[in-house]
Design a protein around this ligand. Structure first.
Ligand SMILES: Cc1cc2nc3c(=O)[nH]c(=O)nc-3n(C[C@H](O)[C@H](O)[C@H](O)COP(=O)(O)OP(=O)(O)OC[C@H]3O[C@@H](n4cnc5c(N)ncnc54)[C@H](O)[C@@H]3O)c2cc1C
Length: 416
């Protein structure tokens, strides 16, 4: 077993840590306050080669893989969740294209995003279909030498600055999951209109929007992968992104913990620093337990994606990491706020921003409830087990042995 990073991964982490501290951290509060997309950080990431971290060199990337990108996101998210999300969108926009795109699509969009020439968005969710994504109502129908898309998409992140958007639509509405296809829609497109920016609670540097697809015409070449096979593609696409969401949670939780620790060492009550009150020291210890366990799960999840395991084999590990890291971020950021006392509640200090930003993580890329469904199903069907024979632990209430024992007792009692 080797818990160490290789040379390339260490370099990525160290470069990201330096950029995060020197360039991202000084901007974080203002990005939140103004709620505008941080174009300067996008350019800084582009110039540092961070937009291409996850991509192979053949597409202009640096081949650091999902783990390399996760490490960079973790460093950046220690200071600014919006900046972490900005890095994540490089994969959110392209994972499916890299998996199933034509050579032309890969060359255009994957290389475009890796080099910072293009930005993409991903539009699956609709007003009446989120977790239950098979239920989407957007349709795509063949129309001469193209496709016509109609419907409404909610939540497409970063679409205000995007050059293309992946749109998931029904191509055979009667066929359920077997009638879904994905399309790459180049922007601007007169049939694809941003109706409004959604007024959200946190992660204010990356806008999310409502999109109206009204007779949105795209060429035949916009189809991503095979017609009617889009649902599985989108699920595989989301799997790749989950460790990256987890990395945002780990970074946020680590940042909140260090911030609260620094305050706990300096703030004095009843004659001593508050870290010397056991209630505060134990809070910090529990925050560290959360960060470290989420971090291990997240690094393993990213590593598993890079190993290319089948979705069935790895999906529950991705869910474990995503759910654990996002919930750790919520819990830890709340405790950090509590450690700052009343100051924690003020916009003057970072904890209220961390708290608001953290909550987004339990909702995106599968809610916490959906991840619990995936994990509990893997337990029930034996995909997730620890090689332990439950029967060897002992009998279960009302199993055959237990009944026989009880019957024997009853017979013995009756025989008396
Ligand atoms: C800030 C932000 C950014 C986003 N960015 C994007 C994006 O870029 N692209 C995109 O396509 N989408 C995006 N989303 C949408 C996100 O993926 C959805 O919000 C999410 O999938 C949940 O869908 P929903 O909001 O419709 O909730 P619903 O699916 O309606 O769920 C409502 C509640 O019921 C629970 N629930 C649902 N089904 C079950 C079940 N079977 N068992 C138990 N509980 C269940 C959910 O966990 C949740 O608590 C974004 C969301 C947010 C908040």
């Amino acid at each position: 077993m080797d818990f160490g990073l290789n040379e390339q991964q260490r370099q990525v982490r160290d470069r990201a840590a330096a950029l995060a501290r020197e360039v991202v951290a000084p901007r974080a509060a203002a990005i939140d306050r103004k709620g505008t997309y941080p174009q300067d950080l996008f350019e800084a990431f582009r110039d540092a080669g961070f937009l291409g971290l996850a991509f192979p060199e053949e597409f202009g990337g640096s081949g650091a893989g999902t783990l390399g990108l996760a490490l960079a996101i973790e460093e950046v998210a220690k200071y600014c969740s919006s900046a972490g999300l900005l890095l994540l969108t490089t994969r959110l926009a392209t994972a499916g294209i890299q998996m199933a795109g034509t050579p032309e699509q890969r060359e255009r969009y994957v290389r475009g995003v890796a080099t910072g020439r293009l930005r993409g968005a991903f539009a699956l969710t609709e007003p009446e279909a989120g977790s239950d994504a098979v239920n989407i109502a957007t349709t795509a129908r063949r129309d001469g030498d193209g496709w016509m898309l109609d419907g409404m998409k909610l939540w497409a992140g970063q679409a205000t600055v995007a050059d293309f958007v992946i749109v998931v639509a029904k191509t055979n509405p009667e066929a359920g999951a077997r009638g879904v296809s994905a399309f790459v829609v180049d922007l601007p497109n007169p049939g694809c209109r941003i109706v409004r920016e959604l007024p959200k609670m946190g992660v204010l540097g990356v806008p999310v929007v409502e999109i109206l697809l009204d007779a949105c015409r795209v060429p035949l070449s916009a189809l991503l992968g095979e017609e009617n096979h889009g649902f599985r593609l989108v699920m595989r696409h989301l799997n790749v992104v989950r460790p990256l969401v987890a990395a945002r949670g780990v970074g946020l939780a680590a940042g909140a913990t260090q911030y609260a620790l620094a305050y706990a060492q300096q703030r004095r009550t009843f004659g001593r620093p508050i870290i010397e009150h056991q209630a505060i020291a134990f809070k910090l210890a529990e925050m560290a337990m959360g960060v470290e366990s989420a971090r291990l799960l997240t690094h393993r999840a990213a590593w598993l994606v890079d190993q290319g395991g089948s979705d069935r084999e790895i999906a529950h590990f991705l869910s474990l990491a995503k759910a654990q890291a996002s919930e750790t971020a919520v819990r830890v950021s709340e405790e950090a706020l509590q450690i700052l006392g009343g100051y924690g509640y003020l916009k003057d200090y970072a904890t209220e921003r961390y708290y608001r930003d953290a909550k987004q993580l339990t909702l995106v890329e599968g809610t916490s409830e959906i991840h619990r469904m995936i994990i509990s199903r893997a337990l029930a069907d034996g995909t997730l087990d620890w090689g332990c024979d439950a029967n060897a632990i002992g009998g279960l209430p009302n199993d055959e042995r237990d009944r026989a024992r009880r019957d024997a007792m009853i017979h013995a009692a009756q025989g008396e």
